[in-house]
Design a protein around this ligand. Structure first.
Ligand code: FMN
Length: 350
């Protein structure tokens, strides 16, 4: 019987259990994208899980997509994260940095000199984003020039190097949730006619380039990647998900990265379809509880289970699940932004 309480090896790491903390944006960085002191407490409180995946961290100044989110784009941000990874390590934990570029989700308000956000094509998201001046409609992004794209991919590798400097154990490439990498995959968002658009191979090229550069930078055994096909977020459509995602899983399998993380947040059977195609570890996320997690592990449908929302109000989720204790509900008002309240003050069950 495999259960979420069994140990697991991920690259060079020995995980004491198969409970993974999902990457969750909580918007507690300062205006310069440096995590505030309480961020270290928050993650350290949850360090008894098998592996912590950090909230999404922007790789460069052009990659920032939300107010009060953190970066790994400069030395001050590295120093801020070092406090976090030190605190997690003191508690015996392990932590990967999730790296993203938000592409067309960004707002000129967050970008250097009020720059126009960049994306595969000049197609705006139909909706609004929060800025310090309230909600504003998304803007039409500038389509990246073909010869700029490798440089943007290289920003992920630079940020991955900074992540290692900051004491992380590895990085998760965020290719989900309609951010830049996902924008390249989705044929309804990427209408390019160069080598980065059109066919499945071409739309996957940016993702695979990022994976290769990051693996070269820090070692493939310290690299994971997250996908969320057809997620209902950021205008994602993924019209040919059945063609492109299996191709990506096979390509990543050949590259020998540590794990593939699938989140089932849209109408695509990500775990059943991708797990058999990827030879490394498969982390399954979205909508799990202890029982459904154990059922999937026992059937061989995943190697570890990723828990998101349950982690917000249950810092001691591992123990609560082990003891069968009730889970606390999160306060919706304090999820994004604010201070310690609703962040580091959720009590343990005992
Ligand atoms: C508050 C919140 C913030 C999130 N931020 C991120 C993020 O930064 N990166 C990411 O990949 N997913 C993010 N997600 C998605 C989660 O990682 C996870 O895939 C999703 O919540 C489904 O899992 P769950 O049902 O266990 O919550 C976020 C989810 C929540 C609830």
């Amino acid at each position: 019987m495999t259960s979420i309480f069994d140990p697991l090896r991920v690259g060079p790491l020995a995980l004491p259990n198969r409970i993974i903390m999902a990457p969750m944006t909580r918007s507690r960085a300062d205006a310069n994208g440096v995590p505030q002191d309480m961020v270290a407490d928050y993650y350290a409180q949850r360090a008894d899980c098998g592996l912590i995946l950090s909230e999404a961290i922007y790789v460069s100044d052009m990659a920032k997509g939300y107010v009060r989110t953190p970066g790994l784009a400069n030395d001050a941000q590295v120093a801020g994260w070092k406090q976090v990874t030190d605190a997690v390590r003191v508690k015996g934990g392990r932590m990967f940095a999730q790296l993203f570029h938000t592409g067309r989700v960004a707002m000129p308000d967050f970008l250097p000199g009020g720059a126009q956000p960049v994306a595969p094509s000049a197609i705006a998201i139909n909706g609004k984003n929060w800025t310090d001046a309230g909600q504003k409609p998304h803007v039409v992004p500038r389509a990246l020039e073909t010869d700029e794209i490798a440089g943007v991919a290289a920003e992920f590798a630079s940020a991955a190097r900074r992540a290692m400097e900051a004491g992380f154990d590895g990085v998760e490439i965020h290719a989900a949730s309609g951010y830049l990498i996902h924008q390249f995959l989705d044929a309804s968002i990427n209408t390019r006619t160069d080598i980065y658009g059109g066919s499945v191979e071409n739309r996957s090229r940016f993702l695979l380039l990022v994976a290769d550069l990051v693996a070269d930078a820090i070692g493939r055994e310290r690299v994971g990647l997250k996908l969320s096909p057809r997620i209902k977020f950021n205008d994602v459509q993924d019209p040919d998900a059945e063609a492109i995602y299996p191709y990506i899983a096979q390509q990543l399998s050949g590259r020998g990265i540590a794990y593939l993380h699938g989140a089932k947040q849209g109408g695509y059977e990500v775990h059943a379809l991708l797990r058999p195609l990827f030879k490394g570890l498969y982390l399954a996320g979205a909508g799990f509880d202890r029982t459904s997690g154990d059922v999937l592990l026992e059937s061989g449908g995943a190697d570890a289970i990723v828990f998101g929302k349950p982690y917000i109000a249950n810092p001691d989720l591992v123990n609560r699940m082990r003891l069968g204790q009730a889970l606390a509900e999160a306060d919706g008002a304090t999820i994004y932004g604010g201070g310690a309240k609703g962040y580091v003050d959720y009590p343990t069950a005992d």
